[in-house]
Structure formats: C-alpha cells, structure tokens
Ligand binder design. Structure first.
Ligand code: PMP
Length: 439
C-alpha cells in the first residue's frame, strides 16, 4: 500500500492557486470519492512515478495520446531536435507538409488538412466549415459523445462533464444550445426523426464513429452507413470526431477500420483529429473534402487561425509517434495484451460476484460496473460509479493507475509488458476479492 503524503500537500497548495487544484477537471478525483489526486513527477514507458516515489502501471495514457508509452526514445529525440532548432516560428515549415501527407495517406477522406492545437479546436472548426458551406446552423450530435469544450458540443456531452454531474455546462446561451439536437447513439430512429423535423436546417451530423467517451462502444452493423445516408439525404454533412479513435485501433482511423466492410458508405465529409497525432504534445487537426476545406481562410470566407498551430515540436513528435506505430505487429501486440487483461479482469469480477461488463476494441477497453451490454449512453450510465470508485482506489493502492472516471477507457501502449499485465491482474484479483467481501 503506497503513501501519498507529498501529493496531499501539493493538492492543498494547488487549490490555493489553481481552480480545483487541477488544470482539467477530468484529472480531479471528484468522481472517485474525492480527495487529493496523485501528483506525478516522472513517466517512462508504461510507468508513472509520483512525488512520493510510488510507481504505477499507467492505463490512462494521458487520456489516449501516449500510445507508444512515455518518453518513447524516437519521440523524445524528435522533441529535443525541435527544441534545438527553435520551438515556434509563426511561419510555414516543411514538417507540417510531411505530417499532413502521413495523415492523408492513412485517412483518405481528407483531401486537405489544417493543424490546430487541440481536439476542441479541431471539432469547433469542422462545425464552422459545415455551417459556412451549407448555410445552415443546426448540428445533430449523439448523447454521451464528448467533442471538446466548445459551447455547441457541450450539450449532453459524455465522459468528463457527465462524470462530474454537469452534462450540460453552465455559461452556454440558450440560443446556442437550441442549435444542437441530441439523439441516441447506435439507433437510427432518433436521428431519422430529428432530420425529418429539422432536416433543412441541419449543417452536420457529428459523431464519434467508435465511441471513446461513454466507454468504448462500437457502432452496431449498419449504424454508420445509415447515419451517413440519412445525413446526405437531408443535405447535411457528416463529421467524424476521431480525436480518440484515429490511430488507436489500427494504423488509420475508425473510418478505415478493417472490420467495417463498406468504407465508401461510411466516409465522412470532415474529420477532427488530435491526441495520438501529436505524440504527446498539444495538437489537433481537421480535414476533409477539398471543396469544404477551401471554405477556410486564406482561401475562403470562414476564419480559423492559431499562433501555436503546426508548431515544429508537436508536428515532429507526431511524425515520430506515427512512425513507431507503423512498425509491424504493434497493434496486434496491444490487442493480445488487452484481451488477456480483459479475460482476467472478467474472471476475477465473476469469481467475487462483482457485476462487470467489459467493452474492448483492440488495445483499449472500458470496464462498466453493471451487467448487460453497453451499446449507448443510457446503458453506460447504469455503471455503478461508487463501485468503480472503490475499484479505482484499490487499484491505485496497488500501483495501477486508471482514469478517475467510470466512463473512461483503459489504454494499452506499446510499452506495456506481459509482466505488467500479470501484475495488474494480481492487483485486480485482490481488489475484486475485497469488493466481493464488502458486498
Ligand atoms: N473529441 C473527443 C472524441 C475527445 O475524446 C476529446 C478529448 N477527450 C476531444 C474531442 C477534445 O480534445 P482536447 O481535449 O484535445 O481539446
């Protein structure tokens, strides 16, 4: 059992200067019973070390980006190189072309790309492009999907806000909220009805094509095809938010996931990216059909800019990370480890009578503390937050770091070893055993 005295001290101090002591609410421990979050000092490979010297196996992966593990040598080398050459120019560089080429090669629906600094910015701008192009204002989104913290998409947003009990953020004018229509994921009836009612006002249907924000949830067969068809028939664009899903499950995006047979039928008009494509440095990107992307300044009338956008450090780190992901077998290895981990977790939970549903997609999975399938946000909400909180803390005590939210995924990285999986399973067996005893 680890001691976290220094973390507790730093939390006291942090709260005096930083709102809530954290610079993103999803880092707080509010959703897992409160108290001091762990202050980390250093990370390497699959591990974190906190300020008290405790080591943790990391399944947070910084909420997704760290797919090659912390301080991957090639990524580190790229960042050092970038630092030596000056971190920010405010001019064009060749590196940006190279990253754009790499992204376009992996995601063929993107004729043109623009780099920004975060997933939020990427999503926000796809909406602007869609509105500028269609001359329409409304957006349809799916309940529980999180698309960053821009006004429009915070309505009925999943993971972060829902975890903290604020699915609809304060500070968003009703006039903006009224431009968003929210329908259930994984069924077409809600979408169909919304489009029948508002179809000629809808600029775009926005979706996480593989959901990462109310657990990991696959679209049911035919869902994305139906979504695209309904949107097109209504003259609305399709925007895929692939901030989590791109390069997470294979070298490509959800729209090119091998399990989806008819990729033409699920091709979006615009795509938002972030996380992995920056190799752990801040980045976002959006791209799509050339005629849509040319709506953006300096070519078109829709404005979007960024002082830090396409900075050499983020771009070079992203290129290095994606290069590491092109090595043969990396996804298969993460998948095999995740599968073994999930089998063991399920067996432990079953043995000790703790209801658990695991949704796994390749090397990422979510643990829902409830029985039955989790295919949409309503089902995901049944997961017992208190049980998750207990499990989270029992694992933390045993040196396993999970995202402090019942909705977030566990992410394998290329750095996790078989011994890490064994150690995690031993910790989980103890945790479930304790939970089973307490009832
Ligand atoms: N879209 C999705 C699907 C996300 O998961 C996130 C972040 N978790 C975002 C957008 C926002 O990205 P960022 O935090 O980089 O602004």
């Amino acid at each position: 059992m680890n001691q976290r005295v220094r973390s507790a001290q730093l939390y006291e101090e942090a709260q005096r200067h930083i709102v809530g002591g954290v610079n993103s609410p999803s880092r707080s421990f509010k959703a897992v019973g409160g108290g001091a979050p762990v202050f980390m000092e250093r990370a390497e490979g699959a591990y974190f070390w906190d300020v008290d010297g405790n080591r943790y196996i990391d399944y947070l992966a910084a909420f997704g980006p760290i797919i090659t593990g912390h301080a991957h040598p090639k990524v580190t080398e790229a960042i050092v190189r970038a630092a030596h050459n000056g971190t920010l120019y405010g001019t064009a560089t060749e590196h940006e072309i190279r990253l754009a080429e790499v992204l376009k090669a992996a995601i063929p629906s993107m004729d043109k790309v623009r780099f920004v600094n975060s997933g939020t910015e990427a999503v926000m701008t796809t909406i602007r492009v869609a509105r500028a192009f269609t001359g329409r204002n409304k957006i349809i989104k799916f309940a529980g999907c999180y698309h960053g913290h821009a006004d429009l998409v915070l309505v009925a947003a999943g993971s972060g806000p829902s975890t903290l009990g604020i699915p609809d953020s304060a500070g968003i004018p009703p006039s903006i909220a009224s431009e968003v229509i929210t329908v259930p994921f994984n069924e077409l009836d809600g979408l169909r009805a919304a489009l029948e009612h508002w179809g000629d006002q809808v600029a775009a249907v926005m979706v996480e094509p593989i959901v990462g924000n109310f657990g990991m949830v696959m679209p049911k067969p035919g869902f994305l095809e139906g979504l695209c068809k309904l949107a097109r028939d209504a003259g609305a664009l399709v925007i895929y938010d692939e901030v989590i899903s791109a390069f997470r499950f294979h070298y490509g995006s959800a729209q090119t996931f091998p399990a989806f047979a008819d990729q033409e039928a699920i091709r979006p008009d615009l795509t938002a990216l972030g996380k992995i494509i920056g190799g752990g440095l801040p980045i976002g990107a959006y791209g799509g059909r050339a005629d849509l992307m040319e709506m953006i300044a300096p070519l078109g009338p829709a404005y979007q800019a960024g002082t830090m956008a396409g900075n050499p450090a983020s771009v070079l780190a992203g290129l290095a990370c994606l290069e590491a992901l092109r090595e043969p077998g990396v996804y298969a290895r993460m998948e095999a480890q995740a599968a073994r981990l999930c089998d063991g977790l399920q067996a432990s939970a079953d043995r000790h009578g703790v209801p658990l549903t695991i949704n796994r997609i390749v090397g990422a999975f979510s643990t829902h503390f409830c029985s039955g399938p989790v295919t949409n946000y309503e089902e995901a909400q049944r997961s017992d937050g208190e049980q998750f909180g207990r499990f989270f803390r029992l694992m933390l005590e045993r040196g396993v770091y999970l995202a402090p939210s019942k909705y977030e995924a566990w992410f394998l990285t290329t750095a996790h070893t078989d011994a890490d999986i064994d150690a995690t399973l031993t910790a989980a067996e103890e945790a479930f055993s304790e939970m089973g005893r307490e009832g």
